[in-house]
Design a protein around this ligand. Structure first.
Ligand SMILES: C[C@@H](C(=O)O)C(=O)SCCNC(=O)CCNC(=O)[C@H](O)C(C)(C)COP(=O)(O)OP(=O)(O)OC[C@H]1O[C@@H](n2cnc3c(N)ncnc32)[C@H](O)[C@@H]1OP(=O)(O)O
Ligand SMILES: [Co+2]
Length: 133
């Protein structure tokens, strides 16, 4: 079961400068910042009501965020939905023939379990599913 939009992932070149805009200009607050080695990103989370904005800066020139920016420039890179049971949802999608990037959950920011669906299977949007407490 999909519960809500957990976060919107935004690819940026300069996390510090982007954070400053969101905090000083928009008046929002960054609550968590961490490096997720597995995804080659440094992330900052900004709560906005029931969902969050996730700002992502690449930690390497070959990571998915660096590649996305190279091709498309900065901007929204993915949408993440919160699910109750990620393994169950992935099994259901796989059975339905949906192209999965991750067949098994990986470790995301804040210790969440995450998995991505291929944008070619979702009509053009990179979708992340995440399970967190
Ligand atoms: C920390 C964590 C968390 O929340 O906890 C995160 O969010 S980590 C967030 C960062 N991590 C990730 O994104 C991991 C999952 N992403 C990936 O595995 C990759 O980025 C792929 C989505 C498979 C794309 O990689 P690939 O090297 O294949 O790039 P590519 O440029 O050849 O893309 C293949 C086709 O998909 C399209 N495509 C690529 N990235 C896209 C995106 N973000 N949104 C919509 N379409 C996209 C391209 O335009 C291309 O279409 P055409 O063929 O029509 O030109
Ligand atoms: Co994300």
């Amino acid at each position: 079961m999909i519960r809500k939009i957990d976060h919107i992932g935004i690819a940026v070149k300069d996390l510090a400068a982007t954070k400053e805009f969101y905090e000083k200009v928009l008046g929002l607050s960054v609550t968590e910042e961490e490096v997720v080695e597995d995804q080659k990103v440094k992330v900052a989370f900004i709560p906005t009501g029931d969902s969050e904005v996730e700002l992502l800066e690449s930690t390497t020139p070959d990571g998915p965020i660096a590649k996305y920016i190279e091709k498309n420039g900065e901007g929204i890179q993915h949408i993440a939905f919160k699910v109750d049971n990620l393994e169950e949802k992935l099994a259901q999608l796989k059975a339905a023939g949906v192209r999965l990037i991750d067949e098994k959950p990986r470790r995301g920011a804040g210790g969440a379990k995450i998995a991505f669906l291929h944008p070619k299977a979702t009509y053009g949007t990179l979708v992340e599913l995440c399970e967190r407490d």
